[in-house]
Design a protein. Structure first.
Length: 94
């Protein structure tokens, strides 16, 4: 299982699980990182620590040690549905 620490810059991932016990897990959850939330990896500090992410509409910096406790999965964008009723046979919008 991949962790937030391993996620590439510029990707959006979904939190699958938060590892850790007690205060560590509570601190991560208090920052708004909970199961099912989407996290965008914005950038990485020049020396690699911390990681800057966007979660729930705000920017957050996480230490790699904390990011290692967050299991994530890649977010697969939903396929856009094509609305056949919006266009005529020539493909022009009505």
């Amino acid at each position: 299982m991949a962790t937030l620490k391993e996620a590439a810059v510029g990707t959006t991932v979904k939190v699958l699980k938060i590892r850790g016990e007690g205060a560590i897990k509570r601190r991560i959850m208090d920052m708004g990182i909970t199961k099912g939330v989407e996290v965008y990896i914005r950038k990485l500090a020049p020396l690699g620590d911390p990681i800057e992410v966007t979660v729930r509409g705000y920017e957050l910096s996480l230490r790699k040690a904390d990011a290692e406790n967050i299991e994530v999965g890649k977010l697969i964008p939903e396929e856009q549905e094509h609305d056949d009723q919006c266009c005529d046979l020539d493909g022009d919008k009505q």
